[in-house]
Structures are given as C-alpha cells and as structure tokens.
Design a protein around this ligand. Sequence first.
Ligand code: FES
Length: 105
Amino acid sequence: MSKTIEIGKLTDIPKLGSRVVKTQQGNIAIFRTMEDEVFALHDSCPHKQGALSQGIVHGKSVTCPLHNWVIGLDDGEAKGHDTGCTKTFEAHQEGGMVYLVLDEV
Ligand code: FES
C-alpha cells in the first residue's frame, strides 16, 4: 500500500532547489529542476550521508555538498566512478501542487 501526500506549491520550491519533508521514512528531499520536474530522494548521500538537499542541482542530478559526488535525481545512483545509491521516492506535480508517494509502513 502507498499513500500520496500533498507537499505544497511547486513555486514554494526554488528552481534548482529543494525542500525537505520529514516523514516516518526519514527526511526526503524534493528537488525541482529548471524544467519544473520534481524528484524525491532520501536526503542522504550514499557516500557519507551528506544532506543532498544542500547540494547543487544541475540537469537531472544533484552534486553533494560534502565531497561532490553527483547523484542522479531520477534513479538515486552515483555517477561516474563512484558507486552507491540513494533511495528514491515517487513525486509529481499536478495543477501547480507537488505530491509525494510513500509506501505505508
Ligand atoms: S557525503 Fe556526499 S559526496 Fe561524500
């Protein structure tokens, strides 16, 4: 089972920025790209748990603020020579509102 929760307005998340949502499954960072796509990732880098929400968004990736690993927003995978994966969550926007889909625990 999953549940969809309304996060707020798309415009409350800056372009190339993020917003953190606290859930029972931990902090989830909701990212907004330049093209107004939204992606949701566990707010924890697969390297040493840096807060990805503090990173720099470019294209469909975010660069971790701690040691510059680049993480794919769509799959949570580390790019390049780095290996690791951050859990992703389903997020979408509809009518200017952002929604996050969580597995019920
Ligand atoms: S904690 Fe993210 S690159 Fe090291």
